[in-house]
Design a protein around this ligand. Structure first.
Ligand SMILES: [Zn+2]
Length: 388
């Protein structure tokens, strides 16, 4: 087991419960996972008041910031800055074509007008990755399921939108639209698809904006995430569409501070965020994390629940790499070492990929010296963090 409970708890003890014994902390921490036994208290939890939405008046509500688009890891921003008119992607993925011969690279084929692609579009079969641009005039591309946008089946590389080159980001007849990357459950990319199929795409943000659509979305993913019941100790703590998120999903494990891999009771939207987080964790070579608490019914003096009290937050104390490295925030976050840099990069990536609306690190304040506070702040979702 990677985790030594006393190690993970020592910081917690020092920071949040100066007068408690270690045993007390273990009970408190376990109770924080239990919706029926945890109770709003003051001064006994690491969470600070800034985590209640109403207490961050400086945040603008900007729905655009809550889109679930992320960089796909294929660097779609690396495309050319030239015009997307004739010649761009010529002979390359996204270029116009009449037949496969027009797609002058190994394995290239043409999605023709018969397939529904105006002027034809060069493509390439893919499992997950698409090749990097081979010339400055090429845009990047992403691997998406093709069966819903053409008469073909399987997955195919489709050119990314390039808004730096053209207002629409796509050739005439095509529209920039967001699609899930093939084999991902939560990672998306903006690609150029024919106008008439692009509008069919339900924006990923829609089912987040409408919480009622979240459970239906989860159901389509065929993941072991179950809807559950939730009765809060304080009525203020309501979890919107509560689900049980498995401790191990897609090869990534969520441990609590006692080293136990137990399911997390969270909101449906938070489940979506954690699925997206897992993708980022894999990209960073991480295979598990240790959290200090997820659901915790804490209510401010004026009766407002914290985001933990809505099942919309997680406090992460450490991450673990597939190479065996442990990244403990309290010990290493500020260090000028590979481990310290990695921790800062993890926070940066969670922010960049808009996995959560808010990322608070030890840079934020002393209450966060031993963990990242990661939350959803719906509908106030500025996707911000504390880096200055
Ligand atoms: Zn927190």
């Amino acid at each position: 087991m990677h985790l030594h409970p006393t190690e993970s708890l020592c910081c917690f003890v020092v920071l949040v419960c100066l007068s408690c014994t270690l045993h007390d902390i273990e009970v408190t921490d376990a109770a924080a996972e239990d919706s029926t036994t945890s109770q709003a208290t003051t001064g006994s939890n690491h969470q600070d008041n800034a985590e209640t939405s109403e207490e961050r008046p400086g945040l603008d509500s900007n729905p655009e910031d809550a889109t679930l688009a992320t960089n796909d890891g294929n660097d779609p921003g690396s495309g050319t800055a030239s015009s997307l008119s004739d010649g761009v992607n010529d002979g390359w993925i996204g270029g116009s074509c009449h037949s496969d011969e027009d797609c002058r690279y190994q394995g290239g084929f043409c999605l023709t007008e018969v397939d529904g692609f105006p002027g034809g579009t060069c493509s390439l079969a893919c499992e997950s990755q698409c090749p990097s641009p081979a010339a400055p005039t090429h845009t990047s591309s992403g691997c998406i399921a093709i069966d819903k946008v053409s008469s073909r089946e399987g997955s195919s590389c489709i050119a990314s939108c390039d808004p730096s080159a053209d207002e629409s980001g796509c050739r005439p007849g095509y529209r920039c639209t967001r699609r899930l990357l093939f084999q991902y459950t939560s990672r998306s990319i903006d690609v150029c698809l024919p106008d008439d199929v692009a509008h069919d795409q339900e924006p990923l943000v829609a089912w987040v904006a409408e919480a009622s659509g979240c459970l239906a979305h989860l159901a389509t993913l065929d993941l072991p995430i179950e809807s559950t019941e939730h009765t809060a100790s304080n009525p203020a703590c309501a979890i919107e569409y509560p689900v049980l998120f498995p401790a191990i999903l897609n090869g990534f494990t969520f441990f609590n501070s006692a080293g136990q891999a137990t399911p997390l009771k969270i909101s449906c939207r938070m489940a979506v965020a954690l699925m997206r987080m897992i993708d980022v964790m894999h990209d960073l070579g991480l295979d598990n994390l240790t959290h200090l608490g997820v659901y915790n019914c804490k209510v401010s003096a004026d009766g407002k629940p914290s985001r933990h009290g809505m099942g919309n937050a997680i406090d992460v104390a450490k991450f673990h790499g597939t190479d065996g490295t442990t990244y403990t925030i309290y010990q290493y976050y500020f260090q000028n070492t590979d481990v310290g840099r990695m921790l800062r990069n993890i926070a940066e990536q969670l922010h960049q990929h808009k996995v959560f609306n808010q990322v608070l690190t030890p840079e934020y304040n002393e209450q966060h010296a031993n963990h990242f506070h990661l939350d959803l702040t719906w509908p106030e979702y500025p996707n911000e963090w504390n880096k200055h």
